[in-house]
Ligand binder design. Structure first.
Ligand SMILES: Cc1cc2nc3c(=O)[nH]c(=O)nc-3n(C[C@H](O)[C@H](O)[C@H](O)COP(=O)(O)OP(=O)(O)OC[C@H]3O[C@@H](n4cnc5c(N)ncnc54)[C@H](O)[C@@H]3O)c2cc1C
Length: 298
């Protein structure tokens, strides 16, 4: 099927793009990598009369570090982030998660920010930015605001973005010092959206035994990424062990509110939360222990 007719705009500057959004945003759509929007247009599940293509807007395509914070502009492709040496060295959770996002061809076109704006409840990157305590810069013709990642996602395919706003950049502070990372996921086939996934960071005290900091952000187990705060609290200050990780998994399961759908039942997804917690924590802990010169939890 062909998309319904639309008027196409191709702004070259941010003010021009924001003016177009102020005029047409309520009825229209921003076009970034098109990897989620174009299928919706071709299936006529979305029929916006206006498309505002941001791909030629100057200055939205930069990936850089500012005062230790990783800044990813609106048109930076997922593949560029995945391959960037600075990201791989300082934010290794991101490339590990990106390997799970579709396939290389999709990541070559799809943008990092587009995945956040689209807010698919089974997408990997929303969980990653929540785990990293990221912030999102939103701009409109009326001004700019910054929203913590934890507050950005509202429910299925819905964020706090107003129709006249553009997500111009995501800012990701460095992970806790000496932290190990893990992105673990269960999907039916490689490249499919997650049935459930977990972005995990774990740092050890200098003694190499006690847990100094931990972040657990799940995807696929509710309308938004789930930050498992009770499980995190139960881990910090404790000596890492498989039994402790299993207990954290139970606490995360209690916090999850997954739905049943075509792909998996809510019960199975809840089961996966426990499995992924144990798996992700063990992997992140082994990496953290290696950084401290120790050995995995016994
Ligand atoms: C076959 C296939 C498999 C896939 N598998 C996965 C997967 O396993 N995991 C996964 O996470 N994703 C997957 N995707 C989706 C992919 O990651 C998309 O690239 C991503 O979700 C959207 O990014 P985009 O740049 O393509 O955005 P677009 O498709 O251009 O836009 C998506 C939505 O976000 C809005 N938008 C985009 N950018 C902005 C912005 N800067 N400000 C405001 N609104 C904006 C658009 O208006 C639109 O509503 C898959 C896609 C395909 C086609």
């Amino acid at each position: 099927m062909k998309p319904a007719p639309f008027e196409y705009f191709d702004p070259r500057s941010l003010p021009e793009a924001l003016d177009l959004l102020a005029t047409y945003g309520v009825e229209g759509k921003v076009l970034a990598g098109g990897q989620s929007l174009l299928p919706l247009l071709y299936l006529r599940l979305a029929t916006p009369p206006y498309l505002i293509d941001i791909n030629r807007v100057a200055d939205l395509g930069t990936l850089h570090v500012e005062d230790g914070t990783l800044c990813i502009g609106a048109t930076v492709r997922q593949r560029a982030v995945e391959r960037d040496p600075t990201v791989r060295a300082g934010w290794p959770l991101i490339p590990e998660a990106l390997r799970w996002v579709g396939h290389a061809a999709i990541r070559t076109r799809g943008t990092f920010c587009g995945s956040l704006a689209h807010a698919d409840p089974s997408a990997e990157l929303p969980a990653v930015v929540v785990a990293l305590d990221g912030e999102l810069r939103l701009a409109s013709a009326a001004g700019e605001r910054t929203v913590p990642a934890a507050d950005f996602f509202v429910t299925y395919l819905t964020t706090v973005l107003e129709p006249t706003e553009l997500l111009v950049e995501v800012r990701l502070p460095p992970p806790p010092p000496c932290s190990g990372h893990a992105f673990v996921e269960v999907a039916r086939r490689h490249g499919d959206f997650a049935l459930a996934g977990l972005a995990c960071l774990l740092a050890l005290e200098a003694d190499g035994r006690h847990i100094a900091a931990v972040r657990l952000a799940f995807t696929g187990v509710g309308g938004t990424p789930l930050r498992a705060h009770a499980a995190e609290k139960a881990l910090v200050g404790e000596v890492a062990s498989p039994a402790l990780f299993a207990r954290a998994g139970e606490l995360a399961q209690a916090a999850a509110e997954p739905d049943s759908d075509l792909h998996a039942s809510a019960e199975y997804r809840r089961h996966l939360v426990g499995v992924l917690a144990r798996r992700g924590l063990a992997q992140a802990h082994a990496r953290a222990a290696a950084l401290r010169g120790g050995s995995p939890a016994g």
